[in-house]
Design a protein around this ligand. Sequence first.
Ligand SMILES: Nc1ncnc2c1ncn2[C@@H]1O[C@H](COP(=O)(O)OP(=O)(O)O)[C@@H](O)[C@H]1O
Ligand SMILES: [Mg+2]
Length: 258
Amino acid sequence: MSDTPPVIAIEGLHKAYGPLEVIKGVDITAKRGDVVSLIGSSGSGKSTLLRCCNLLEDSQKGEITFKGEPVSWRGSGHGRRPSDAKQVLRIRTNLSMVFQQFNLWAHMTILQNVMEAPVTVLGRDPAKVETAARGYLDKVGISDQADKYPAQLSGGQQQRAAIARALCMEPEALLFDEPTSALDPELEQEVIRVIKDLATEGRTMLIVTHDMNLAHDVSDHVVFLHQGRIEEEGPPETLFGAPKSERLQGFLRSTSHG
Ligand SMILES: Nc1ncnc2c1ncn2[C@@H]1O[C@H](COP(=O)(O)OP(=O)(O)O)[C@@H](O)[C@H]1O
Ligand SMILES: [Mg+2]
């Protein structure tokens, strides 16, 4: 098993928005079953990194490799783009994203939201997808909400629906961008619980989070980003228990009192 290529390998990634350099040479690897958390101040580049990873954003330099398959590029610098549309679709559908704001379709029921992409993007059989979708709704604890519309659910239930939707793509990895930030504290826990279950199941996940308890509890590896660079990284016990960098120490002090 040790020679299985990582699900995600990012090497020397650079990303700028026009003249603004946002990611300045970052390496991140997630092997199968790894949970990697990205922490850091607002504006440090966490969301951008996640979006580069599933090719929602272009990047100018560096390699992104999915299960040993490097993204093929054409052009260079600000003209660099993925050159193989099928590869982009394959990678993107295998790295399902869960967003801070849930991004459910308001005009569709919860079940329809969960079924939508597997049926329309992957062309799977609707009857089979429905069975799977109901299973995932059950897994996140909202099978009784299947026929409701998003607006009828609490934020925590909507986020769990968004996780069921991501799971229904049967992806290789899940990417979470601040999945609990939009939730009231009492609703955060129900989402955290689902994320912890997924970690225990051995899902490969990249998690951007402001919740240091979550990062501590679920991660195999934690990456602290500062102004587009990795300032410090390591296992959670070390990163939170014995941070070396002053910036990380300061960041952890500010979050524990926030
Ligand atoms: N679409 C965009 N256009 C221009 N600048 C952006 C865009 N998205 C993000 N940025 C800038 O990139 C930097 C990193 O942002 P982001 O990745 O959202 O950080 P984080 O998720 O860590 O808060 C910030 O300075 C932000 O203002
Ligand atoms: Mg962000």
